[in-house]
Ligand binder design. Sequence first.
Ligand code: 6GU
Length: 227
Amino acid sequence: MRIDILTVLPELLESPFNHSIIKRGKDKGLIDIQVHDIRTFSEDKHKRVDDYAFSGGAGMVMTIQPIESAINHLRSQRDYDEIIYMTPDAPTLTQRTANMLSLKKNIIILCGHYKGVDQRIRDNFITREISIGDYVLTGGELAAAIVVDSVIRLIPGVISDETSALTDSFQDNLLSPPVYTRPAEYKGWKVPEILLSGNEKLVEEWKMKEAYRITKERRPDLLEDNE
Ligand code: 6GU
């Protein structure tokens, strides 16, 4: 899978993709993440990428030309399945969205900044808009990093334990049950007896029951979504 990210702050995305699981996915050739500085595509003599909003008010708006040039530059090299715009005024990222995106071959992610991009970019280029939650960030970069992380860990081979991603919280709209590791007892704090029993069936039942209990307690809205 190839992901091209368009941003006015490429420095913000240097670190997130160069460690641990994401780095391993890149080293194995399973994912190729390229970050592009929108400013390098600006035809303005001062390399500007924003301008005042016609509606007035505070805040700048990202102009069409540099973004269109960047997108066209990429599209001349390969076909893209999705051109995604990161913005708080969009549907929220869900596991379902991450699952769907993990099946794509090439995607572009455009990070919004300032007051956002000229609406005509959204109308004419963008195939999907994603927010990561009901709060406002200074730009779409950190949100894009979250989308990329959630997507690439689903690509077969990126996580070493193949079944691990399938048992994540949210894959079946349930939160994960608690987990324990050695020692079985620490300062008198004990691991639930069932997990030490070696009885696979009982362990599975316990995990399911715990998942339901925790979901009902913390996120009852998820159980309603199942109906
Ligand atoms: Cl995608 N961008 C910004 N600027 N703020 C956000 C967001 C995105 N998602 C939630 N808040």
